[in-house]
Design a protein around this ligand. Structure first.
Ligand code: NAD
Length: 487
């Protein structure tokens, strides 16, 4: 179905779809064409406080509701999201440029909602008789109002993977979407009204980091905050939380993921998968392998196979089904990525340019960046240290296993690392040595095991998310000790 532009999304506060209280909106442009896609409400400080107040008021009844009934709302929303998958795909395409051919998030979000709808029997404490004369137990209970601040690169996924576990455990929720991609989740907010959530249980705000995100980070009635986004913003949120009510903070942050390719690996597979990893969402994926280390003897063959594939992307209108490479999300992202590339080219600071190297705004009218490959990038280059968040990869070489591991670990990030080799002992030795929350052996990101925890070492975050893990993020643990008479 087509989407009529400009879209006029609303905030969801206390069960009502409303404009910002001061009527303020901001324009959102299609990054492929720079045409106006939407006028988006900018949630004010008052709106944010109103959403938190609504969530606080809804908490006692929602947390006391039979969890199976809470689950029924999640299930209903899952069905509605599935039914609107192609509309959500188009809304993402016209906001942050993800090709509709690559949008699978409606189905993955629905799967999360379905899973958590039935996961409530897993909300369990423990009991013991290890304290003589007493029985002891723990109770797992919701925090109260939970804030969820999500990024723009996969909003529908992050909405569901955070809101579903928070809601099924009895918390009430305020979601803050990214200013770069608020449309799909604003549509889900409309669907949520049909799903039967009582007013105030689920609130959705659009707007910039300031004021809405900042107010949530500081708010005394927000007891837990789950954030996915950049390391820079994660640190600001952590500071605000520490300065105010010490709310629990879960952080899923940036990455600079390495892939190590030994000469005995299936080089074709390694090239195909590492290329797909950095191409996905035009390189705007937290776990994209933006650094590839190849054993010296295999480097020339690997670079040839990699660049051949990377050069063959089909860039174009994200709304066209044949497109598999969209623009960067907006002008800020575009200028930032092009800046890194230009820095890398200038004086050879980023090594040797083997493919691409240009932004094509002038010729295409959209924020497209050519797939770009540097080889032999100096380890201290900005290009290799920072998260570029674009279709830009550095392919470097190593001679020994120890050197490969040392280079891979020489980063403040630690989200996802990959190792390709036919030698199982080496694969596991390297997996053990990598400072990374995730390791792919003979595979790489964005592949993840569906029931594994996800999260970062070092500057890539704190805490873990995942089907079996996220409910714990939203449950307090209370210890209860009972003295027995007559023992
Ligand atoms: P961002 O940090 O700029 O913004 C994320 C969210 O935080 C947005 O909703 C934004 O409005 C809000 N925000 C901005 N300033 C704020 C403030 N001062 N207080 C509170 N909220 C504020 O990140 P982004 O550009 O939207 O997303 C890209 C980043 O997210 C990349 O670094 C990427 O690696 C990371 N990411 C991490 C994961 C993961 O699971 N580890 C997944 C996806 C993306």
């Amino acid at each position: 179905m087509s989407v009529a532009v400009p879209v006029a999304p609303r905030l969801l506060i206390n069960g009502e779809l409303v404009e910002a209280s001061d009527k303020k909106t901001f324009p959102l442009y299609n990054p492929a064409t720079r045409e106006l896609s939407a006028n988006v409400p900018e949630a004010s400080e008052d709106d944010t406080n109103a959403a938190v107040a609504a969530a606080k008021a809804a908490f006692p009844a929602w947390s006391a509701t039979d969890p199976a009934k809470r689950g029924a709302c999640l299930k209903k929303l899952a069905g509605l999201i599935r039914a609107h998958n192609s509309e959500l795909a188009r809304l993402e395409a016209i906001s942050m440029g993800l090709p509709v051919s690559r949008f699978h998030y409606g189905h993955s979000a629905a799967a999360h909602l379905d899973f958590y709808a039935e996961a409530w029997p897993l909300i369990q404490g423990q009991a013991s008789v290890n304290t003589p004369g007493h029985v002891t137990m723990t109770l797992r209970q919701p925090y109260g109002v939970v804030a969820l601040i999500i990024p723009w690169n996969a909003p529908v996924h992050f909405f569901a993977s955070k809101a579903a576990p928070a809601l099924i455990t009895g918390n009430t929720v305020v979601v803050k979407t990214s200013e770069k991609a608020p449309l799909a989740v604003a549509r889900i907010a409309e669907l949520a009204r049909e799903a039967g959530f009582p007013p105030g249980v689920l609130n959705v705000l659009s707007g910039h980091g300031t004021p809405a995100g900042q107010v949530l980070s500081r708010h005394g009635d927000v007891r837990a905050l789950s954030f996915t986004g950049s390391s820079r913003t994660g640190k600001l949120i952590q500071q605000e939380a520490a300065r105010t009510n010490l709310k629990k903070v879960i952080l899923e942050l940036g990455g600079k993921s390495p892939a190590i390719v030994f000469a005995d690996a299936d080089l074709e597979r390694a090239a195909q998968q590492t290329q797909a990893s950095i191409q996905a969402n035009s390189g705007q994926v937290c776990m994209a392998n933006s650094r590839v280390y190849v054993e010296k003897g295999a480097a020339a063959r690997f670079v040839a196979a990699f660049t051949k594939r990377f050069a063959a992307v089909r860039a174009g209108d994200p709304l066209e089904p044949g497109t598999n490479h969209g623009p960067q999300a907006d002008e800020v992202q575009y200028r930032s990525v092009v800046g890194y590339i230009e820095d890398g080219i200038a004086g050879g600071a980023g090594g040797t340019l083997a493919l691409g190297g240009r932004g094509t705004l002038d010729s295409t009218g959209g924020y497209f960046v050519e797939p770009t490959v540097f080889v032999d990038t100096p380890e201290d280059a900005r290009l290799l240290r920072d998260e570029v968040f674009g279709p830009v990869v550095s392919i470097n070489t190593f001679e020994t296993e120890a050197e490969a591991v040392a280079k891979a670990n020489d980063s403040e990030f630690g989200l996802y690392a990959a190792v390709y080799t036919a030698n199982i002992s080496r694969a596991l030795r390297v997996a053990k040595a990598l400072e990374s929350g995730y390791v792919g052996i003979n595979c790489t990101s964005p592949l993840t095991g569906r029931d594994l925890p996800f999260g970062g070492y070092k500057g890539s975050g704190q805490g873990r998310e995942g089907l079996l893990y996220s409910m714990s993020n939203f449950l307090e643990t209370k210890s209860v000790i009972i003295q027995l008479d007559g023992e």
